[in-house]
Design a protein around this ligand. Structure first.
Ligand code: FDA
Length: 436
């Protein structure tokens, strides 16, 4: 019987594994199940010169425990780069470097992780009519296994989103798989790429393809007038602070929505200012040279993609004039973002026992525990995008990962202690969800 099983082992549950381990003798007994064969954080987008969008000080641990041996600074020190990093005078490491940091941290807690395990089902374990544990079924190359736990932490990340009617194919990609797909081109040079979207990923993909394929045309298509800069100014950045979670959580619904609307441009459909400048410079330089290879179709949408054997015919429609332009393209890359999956889908019939708000969204406590009916006493915790409506904009990002992981571990430890204290007392099932 584990105290906690974490489903997925991205940065969120990695931070949780560390936070659990750092409680020493009081550490909950934890296991993490990850479907990838080894640790990997958005590998398809590890573009060589892409940098982090968050300060390295918001690593897996520092905000919770600045003295932790799992900090980015400890990683740098161990790799002999601390002084070079300091001289670099940046808060934003290369994404590839941060990935290396995450891999390093993951290797230090390898004893609590099983890779190549996809969690496929979670079933109830009942005692005296109450669900007080879960049976977790996972599968991989090594077959199927079942583990039992008192608490579940779902850290399964977001799902790549494609517009309705668009399916992936050899010519139609989501940027999530960019580098894998580019490798599969095996040295072939596409004549034309179409990149859909105007967020950070779209801008990065546009710049990357333009640089990597100096003979290819790259057409960026988006409905905005132009790429818009991410608001990373200090006052706005406070929306990611640990305290902001408290304020957001207790705010009325309309205020929550107001904050999300005001500050969505810290993260969604926006681009790092330097990258915008760089893309503009490239396009302008090409105009001067008369060799325009980087084209932008603004206030436009991709209306249709028809694949023939040799290529794809992409119809781009201007939203202002309705004019349609047909382009023969070799590849269309959709950089259309990610969406949270229904977090309780894995729970099967137990999903019915999770409380939902008027809009059908799962109700989540301040400690990230899903609110359930009294029949379900074992804990289900959510990490990641599924809690944006309750805990705010930091939910799907790294900013608050260290603190959130600590809070979830705390909640699990308190619940365990309560259970042990009450062990001799006859079972009276409090409907804690109603009191929240
Ligand atoms: P994440 O998606 O990383 O991990 C989920 C894990 O669960 C995956 O490893 C997956 O394989 C596994 N999994 C899913 N279902 C499973 C199942 N049924 N069984 C077993 N395993 C399962 N944020 C930020 O703050 N600063 C930044 O600079 C960036 N940069 C950035 C770049 C790119 C390219 C992307 C796409 C995103 C970012 N982000 C970001 C946001 C990003 O969501 C965030 O950095 C973390 O990936 C969130 O970590 P999680 O562990 O919650 O999800």
């Amino acid at each position: 019987m584990y105290d906690v099983i974490g489903v997925g082992f991205g940065p969120s549950n990695l931070a949780l594994a560390i936070a659990a381990g750092e409680r020493g003798a009081a550490s909950p007994r934890a296991l993490f199940l990850e479907r990838q064969a080894k640790f990997g954080w958005h590998r398809g987008m590890l573009i060589e010169d892409a940098t982090m969008q968050v300060s390295f000080l918001k690593d897996l641990v520092t905000l919770r425990n600045p003295a932790s041996e799992f900090s980015f600074l400890t990683y740098l020190h161990g790799n002999g780069r601390l002084i070079d990093f300091i001289n670099h005078k940046t808060l934003f490491p290369l994404r590839i470097e941060f990935h290396d940091y995450l891999e390093w941290a993951a290797s230090k807690v390898a004893d609590v992780v099983r890779y190549d395990r996809e969690v496929q089902a979670v079933r109830p374990v009942r005692t005296n009519g109450v669900i007080d544990a879960f049976e977790v079924t996972s599968a991989g190359q090594g077959g199927t296994s079942v583990d039992v736990t008192r608490n579940l932490v779902l850290g399964v990340g977001l799902k790549p989103y494609l517009p309705a009617g668009v399916d992936r194919s050899d010519r139609v990609w989501h940027n999530q798989e960019l580098l894998t797909r580019v490798r599969e081109l095996d040295g072939r040079t596409p004549r034309r790429f179409v990149v859909v979207g105007a967020g950070q990923s779209a801008a990065e993909v546009t710049a990357y393809l333009h640089e990597t394929f100096p003979k290819s045309e790259v057409c960026a298509v988006f409905s905005r007038f132009g790429y818009s800069p991410a608001d990373d100014s200090p006052f706005a950045n406070r929306v990611f602070d640990p305290d902001a979670v408290d304020e957001f959580y207790s705010a009325p619904e309309d205020v929550k929505q107001m904050v999300l609307d005001y500050h969505g441009n810290t993260n969604y459909s926006v681009v790092d200012g330097e990258l915008i400048e760089a893309l503009y410079s490239r396009q302008y330089r090409e105009r001067v040279l008369g060799t325009q290879r980087l084209r932008t179709f603004n206030v436009s949408r991709v209306a249709d993609v028809v694949e023939t054997g040799e290529e794809a015919t992409v119809t781009i429609e201007s939203l202002s004039t309705g004019q349609k332009t047909e382009l023969a393209a070799d590849v269309v890359v959709y950089c259309t973002g990610y969406r949270p999956a229904d977090p309780v889908l894995l729970l099967g019939e137990m999903g019915e026992l999770c409380r939902r708000d008027q809009e059908g969204r799962v109700k989540v406590g301040r400690d990230y525990r899903v609110q359930t009916t009294s029949e379900l006493q074992a804990g289900i915790y959510l990490q990641g995008g599924g809690t944006e409506h309750t805990h705010g904009l930091a939910s799907s990002l790294l900013s608050n990962t260290a603190i959130r992981a600590g809070e979830i571990v705390e909640s699990i430890v308190i619940a365990k202690a309560t259970l042990e204290t009450d062990a001799d007392v006859p079972t009276v099932v409090p409907d804690f969800a109603d009191s929240l």
